[in-house]
Design a protein around this ligand. Structure first.
Ligand code: AP5
Length: 215
């Protein structure tokens, strides 16, 4: 099964992908994670993407589609893909069609996480992750069970994303409204869009997504 998780910054795409990876053996293809890895490695792509990401704008379609193309080609045919944060423009949606076809895959669902944007600013600015294993936490909604210690790996190092400040988050949302939300009709015409209330509790969002995958 191949699915797209669609929703504005902070909608819960990464959180829900983690569940699908852990319990359904799917593979998360997050262009945001790939770009952050490139920035960290100071690769050519990373050097081109860094400032764009810090401004909350979109990296070029060519760069992100090339990243997805390479990742998908390297994946086993029997592993389902979760596209997290890709496609984000009409050009990317068209590229994805070609990439899927080339790899003998088809898109099963586009799952839109419907959310209240004002609440998302609070979600994102409170978010942090374990610097060692990447487990996600939140200042108010999901603190480690033991203060300062990662539940998953025991590390005491945590980090926050440089683009998780209010000004950049608002810019990222503006980009979502202007360039990403308009691709929904492209998939609606194919009858594969499903909607989930992304403001529900994390476990309830997970259940709703699992019900779609089982349908
Ligand atoms: P990217 O990394 O994709 O960021 P994003 O889309 O802005 O999404 P986030 O990762 O911020 O949010 P999320 O929906 O995954 O939410 P999460 O699960 O973490 O992109 C970053 C940048 O890279 C872009 O701005 C752009 O510059 C560039 N880029 C990436 N892809 C690109 C592309 N295709 N084209 C061009 N440029 C691209 O949840 C957020 C928080 O809320 C967490 O703390 C979580 O615990 C909490 N939470 C989640 N669900 C719930 C819930 N139901 N209730 C309460 N809390 C919740």
């Amino acid at each position: 099964m191949n699915i797209i998780l669609l929703g504005p910054p902070g909608a819960g795409k990464g959180t829900q992908s983690a569940n699908l990876v852990e319990h359904h053996g799917m593979r998360q293809l997050s262009t945001g994670d790939m770009l952050r890895a490139a920035v960290k490695a100071q690769s050519e792509v990373g050097l081109r993407a860094k400032a764009v990401m810090e401004r909350g704008e979109l990296v070029s379609d060519e760069i992100v589609s090339a990243l997805i193309d390479a990742e998908l080609a390297a994946m086993g045919d029997d592993v389902g893909a979760i596209f997290d944060g890709y496609p984000r423009t009409a050009a990317q949606a068209e590229s994805l069609d070609g990439i899927l076809e080339k790899n003998g895959r088809k898109l099963d669902y586009v799952i839109e996480l419907q959310v209240d944007e004002d609440a998302l600013v609070d979600r994102i600015t409170g978010r942090f992750t374990c610097a060692n294993c990447g487990e996600g936490y939140h200042d108010r909604y999901k603190l480690p069970e033991k203060e300062g210690v990662c539940d998953k790996c025991g590390s005491t190092e945590f980090k926050r994303r440089p683009d998780d400040n209010e000004e950049t988050v608002r810019k990222r949302m503006q980009e979502y409204r202007a360039k990403t939300a308009p691709i929904l009709p492209f998939y609606e015409d194919r009858g594969i869009v499903r909607r989930v209330d992304g403001m529900a509790a994390i476990e309830d969002v997970t259940k709703a997504i699992e019900a779609i995958l089982a349908s």
